[in-house]
Design a protein. Structure first.
Length: 175
């Protein structure tokens, strides 16, 4: 991902939230999301991140169709060998095309190459589509749960985890 991708990534992220989280997150919050404001945040994260976060885009026909990023685990119980998948979004029109699987495979592969032994992620408990996707990529709930505060409401999240290695990264991308 480059700074030039930030607006397209913001459009994928905002579109992904509006598509995946309708009925799970307060609609007023989703309606108020701004691609322009999100693009400003993406640029700041990318330029000020100190290289600890890996951002990848998936392109098709010269357009960004998906975005994912990972970095060191942020949970209190995360070891130095734990990566966290911070985000993985696919443009709604690119769902079920293999874009998400390809991104996930590359993110896992890069985390393994960087020396991480496991990867964790947080997913909204009610986001069944995402939970099925993560399960197909080898993730499973690890028992951790917490509330995600958003838009004046509290939404339950569950944590998923999986081991990562160079040998299984290719299998994850094949789903």
């Amino acid at each position: 991902m480059t700074v030039d991708d930030c607006e397209a990534v913001a459009a994928v992220r905002v579109g992904g939230w509006r598509h995946a989280y309708t009925g799970l997150i307060p609609q007023a919050y989703l309606d108020a999301m701004s691609i322009e404001e999100d693009a400003v945040r993406r640029r700041a994260y990318l330029t000020e991140g100190g290289g600890r976060v890996v951002n990848l885009v998936a392109e098709y026909a010269g357009r960004v169709g998906g975005w994912g990023c990972y970095g060191p685990g942020r949970d209190a119980d995360a070891s130095a060998g734990s990566a966290e998948l911070y985000a993985l979004y696919v443009a709604p029109e690119r769902l079920s095309t293999g874009t998400g699987r390809a991104l996930m495979g590359e993110l896992i592969s890069r985390a393994a190459e960087a020396g991480y032994q496991d990867m964790r992620l947080w997913v909204l408990a009610g986001n069944e589509r995402a939970r099925r996707f993560y399960a197909k990529a080898g993730f499973a709930p690890d028992g951790a749960a917490e509330a995600f505060e958003v838009g004046g409401g509290s939404v339950p999240e569950v944590r998923y985890a999986r081991r990562v290695s160079a040998s299984d990264a290719a299998a994850a991308s094949l789903g």
